[in-house]
Ligand binder design. Structure first.
Ligand code: DC
Length: 433
């Protein structure tokens, strides 16, 4: 189980959920799920069927969403129905079939499946209240009916030569009211603001303003460490100070905003030593088998650890780390890729320089001194004494390397060479005061 972030954006028809959700997802580098498209596709599939025949037909409704040339396409049983499901007839029909509890069950299961294993913005009617009750950020958008009708008309007119001629705004407003009534009054999981959702009245707001508000909520949520994280850091700080007289140096080198914290790695003590000395919340990586161990699998996501299977630099993991850095988070990455057997620095892997170049994040070299003597790789248990020091070096910046070397690969290699040199120097020149 990983701690992926789920953002739900609910609200009535025509309030601008899709536009806002797409923009928020693209700015945060999250996936985006349009749950209305699922109901629309089911509506298209079942046509005029009712009652038991409708329910039987659900078994043969295979919905899929694929990205083609950067555009999301909705498929029903292998056929592209992206355009078809946007008609007014399907809008009304979707609202009708959505009142059926069995239809909702099918749609909800599909939503949860599509939203697993990624950071995602989900947009719909009951996403925060019913489908994702544990979502990290819940937003409920509202706007006056006439404003929503105007927005809907603009959307329908897009690409037409004689704007505003084909659609009548009062008729659109009436249809919106009719759908509102059905969506809010239905017995099964009606359109409803979750008690813990933040309401945003978008009547006089631009799409950018609404999106910015939501992004701020997400960033605040991501930046606030879980109480478990705070407790564990505090506990490690006390224990390490008591047993190993732990001291930290150069903490002021940690910048505000995004950064890659890159220490040498010799011991299991290294991650908690960094967590306990950093004044900022950090994200880290952990082997995925740890996420299957009973108590650990609950604790680990709350301490901002993300699973890696095999290499920390496989594409899935790189994507997660890059998206965290782009959200101005700090990520702890051991550039050697594993613990050294003899306490000496191993050759550094390219991934850390690659991430710095992809996200323009500074790298902070960190020397962990004394951890090898206390708990080396070949010992099952740590000593209960020793001296532990954590030395934060000055940040190194990607732009300095790319400006100097111009070629990306050469710049990355030079950055790595310097990082290795600094890590060695920090250790060699260290004197404990
Ligand atoms: O968001 P939309 O207009 O594409 O949705 C079409 C219909 O689907 C809407 O009138 C109600 C229904 N729906 C729902 O009941 N629950 C959702 N999460 C999404 C849509």
């Amino acid at each position: 189980m990983n701690k992926f972030i789920v953002v739900t954006i609910d609200g009535p028809s025509g309030v601008g959920k899709s536009t806002v959700a797409k923009l928020v997802a693209s700015k945060l580098d999250f996936d985006y799920l349009d749950t209305g498209a699922i109901y629309r596709t089911i509506a298209l599939h079942v046509g005029n069927l009712e009652g038991d025949s409708l329910i039987k037909a659900l078994d043969k409704c295979n919905y899929d969403v694929v990205i083609e040339n950067g555009i999301k396409k909705h498929y029903l049983n292998g056929k592209d129905v992206t355009k078809e499901i946007r008609s007014e007839k399907i809008s009304q029909k979707a609202s009708v079939i959505a009142t059926d509890s069995r239809v909702r069950e099918v749609a909800n299961n599909l939503q949860r499946k599509l939203a697993s294993n990624c950071n995602i913005v989900v947009e719909g009617r009951d996403c925060g209240s019913t489908v994702f009750p544990n979502a990290d950020v819940k937003v409920f958008l509202t706007a006056k009916v006439m404003e929503r009708a105007k927005r809907r008309m603009k959307e329908l007119n897009e690409g037409r030569p004689n704007k505003d001629q084909i659609f009548n705004i009062d008729r659109i407003a009436d249809e919106i009211k009719e759908r509102d009534f059905r969506d809010t009054e239905r017995e099964n999981s009606p359109l409803k603001r979750a008690v813990d959702a933040i309401s945003i009245n978008t009547t006089n707001m631009s799409v950018e303003q609404v999106s910015e508000n939501i992004i701020k909520l997400v960033n605040k949520e991501v930046a606030t460490p879980h109480f478990l994280y705070k407790i564990l850091c505090l506990l490690c700080r006390w224990v390490f100070k008591f047993l190993y007289k732990m001291r930290s140096y150069g903490v002021e080198n940690l910048p505000q905003g995004r950064a890659i914290i890159a220490p040498n790695h010799v011991s299991f003590l290294d991650p908690p030593a960094i967590g306990a000395t950093s004044p900022f919340k950090l994200h880290s990586l952990a082997q995925d088998y740890l996420f299957n161990i009973p108590l650990l699998k609950w604790i680990i996501p709350h301490v901002n650890a993300h699973p890696v299977s095999g290499s920390a630099y496989d594409t899935g993991v790189m994507k997660i780390i890059a998206s965290l850095l782009r959200k101005d988070e700090k990520v702890l990455i051991f550039p050697e890729g594993g613990r050294s057997h003899n306490g000496k620095l191993l050759p550094l892997k390219r991934g850390v320089a690659l991430l710095s170049s992809m996200t323009e994040s500074p790298i902070i070299p960190v020397a962990i001194i004394g951890a090898y003597e206390i708990w080396p790789r070949n010992k099952r248990f740590p000593k209960l004494w020793g001296k532990l020091s954590v030395v934060y070096g000055k940040p190194i910046f990607w732009k300095d390397y790319i400006n100097k070397y111009c070629d990306k690969k050469i710049a990355q290699q030079q950055m790595l060479n310097d990082l290795a040199k600094i890590l060695q120097e920090l250790q060699a020149n260290f004197k404990r005061d």
